[in-house]
Ligand binder design. Structure first.
Ligand code: S3P
Length: 432
């Protein structure tokens, strides 16, 4: 499928973004480990969350989705059935990494696999620490998926550990915190930066004792009681809202209201970076939804100027760099992103792929070993390839709003991985 976007009038009106992808993955997986029925409202139904749900089916967990409500019958920590076939995590790194930790906790044998793209992604970051906990796990020869978890006897808990992650990663942290549910004593994970803390919040709501220490340290105390089922309303995905925020900021005359957007401080780095560039973004109606902060965002077209991004801010906006690069391309001056080498390990090598595709539509962007240098100026337009990466597809579409000639996104169906209604939502905001 091709998506063609050409410049036109302003964005105006109200939009609601889909339920948060990270929260949806966690809600489904954790509910499957709980004892009893969980009900999750505003669940994201997309390519990657389907991968999680179908993997849960393979483990003998029953669920159903109606409208945007997921109902799931948790079996308890030790009620999963060893799957008859490898679990296909498709394109979803969150699914394979979090599932690996959960399967390790349950002690059942299982093979976790995925798409060719997923097989290329690094798994040593979970394999090494899981082995330290006593998990028998065999990756493919390149160190990636398929991951074979050999299982263990029910009377053999995993070993406790105190482990420092070399790179801040919520997926790796969450994998290990889930494995800790099957350990014989508390497990402590230390991180060099503030990765998203949805796992800690949600496990806490399920009755698990979660303690935090100085720096970015979290400890899970293995539960002695069954995990409580969840009754949640999920926040809107700020990583989906990001495309509409940048779209409104760069398109003259725009003013939009995005309702019920998740504003967990570990996820709001993009807002901080854009505000430092002069963006007019107002937060209203801040409240708590099932343990996560949520608010409404009013975004107006703004004259942006360049900024610099590095350090903890990188972690707090880790998924937003493709669309941030579009904002920087529309800003006055030279924007610099450093200490973001982790972008090379996402759905694509996002440093190489973003630079290549934005260059293709006339943006002055230079890839660096650990980031980008972007000089603001006019966007020409042209045809782009998403590199199997939903966020690159949507970011290039946003750039089309200000391009001199149309931007044509080839293979645009990849957007369905995280924001299936992106095209319709953008079109509705552009309707005069
Ligand atoms: C995610 C964590 C991030 C992010 C991904 C979702 C999660 O990955 O890029 O889209 O839900 O935990 P890392 O933890 O590998 O940085």
């Amino acid at each position: 499928m091709q998506l063609t976007i050409q410049s036109g009038g302003p964005l105006r009106g109200v939009a609601v973004v889909p339920g948060d992808k990270s929260l949806s993955h966690r809600a489904a997986l954790f509910a499957a480990l709980a004892q009893g029925e969980s009900v999750i409202d505003r669940f994201l139904i997309s390519g990657v969350t389907r991968a999680m749900l179908d993997a849960l089916t393979g483990l003998g967990v029953a669920w159903q989705v109606q409208a945007q409500q997921l109902t799931i019958c948790g079996t308890g920590l030790y009620g999963w059935r060893p799957p008859a076939a490898p679990l296909d995590c498709r394109n979803s790194a969150t699914t394979i990494r979090l599932l690996a930790g959960a399967v390790a906790a349950t002690g059942i044998p299982a093979t976790l696999d995925g798409s060719a793209g997923l097989r290329r992604r690094p798994m040593n970051r979970i394999v090494d620490p899981l082995r330290r906990m006593g998990v028998e796990i065999t990756p493919a020869t390149n160190g990636g998926a398929p991951l074979l978890l050999h299982g263990r006897l029910p009377d053999q808990p995993l070993r406790a550990m105190d482990y420092s992650l070399p790179v801040a990663s919520a997926q790796v942290k969450s994998c290990l915190l889930l494995a800790a549910l099957g350990a014989d004593a508390p497990v402590t994970i230390r991180e060099p930066g503030p990765s998203r803390d949805h796992t800690e919040r949600m496990l806490g709501a399920m009755g698990v004792r979660v303690t935090t220490g100085p720096g970015h340290t979290v400890t899970i105390h293995p539960p002695t009681e069954p995990l409580l089922p969840l009754r949640l309303q999920l926040a809107g995905d700020i990583s989906a809202a990001a495309f509409l925020i940048v779209a409104a900021l760069i398109t003259p005359g725009s003013e939009i209201l995005l309702r019920d957007v998740g504003l967990n401080p570990t996820r709001t780095g993009l807002l901080d970076a854009l505000c430092a560039m002069g963006a007019d973004i107002q937060i209203a109606n801040l409240r708590d939804w099932s343990g996560e902060p949520v608010g409404d965002l009013r975004v107006r077209h703004s004259a942006l100027h360049a900024t610099q991004v590095s350090g903890d801010l990188v972690v707090r906006m880790i998924d937003e760099f493709p669309v941030f690069a579009v904002a920087a391309a529309c800003a006055e001056g030279v924007t610099l992103v450093r200490e973001a080498e982790e972008l090379r390990h996402k759905e694509s090598d996002r440093i190489a792929a973003v630079a290549h595709e934005l260059q293709a539509i006339g943006v002055a962007i230079e890839p660096l070993a650990d980031g980008f240098r972007i000089t603001g100026g006019p966007v020409a337009g042209g045809t782009v390839q998403p590199h199997g990466d939903h966020r690159i597809a949507m970011s290039c579409a946003v750039a089309g709003l200000v391009a001199r000639t149309p931007v044509v996104v080839d293979g645009a169906e990849i957007m369905h991985e995280s924001f299936p209604a992106f095209g319709e939502t953008l079109a509705a905001l552009r309707r005069p």
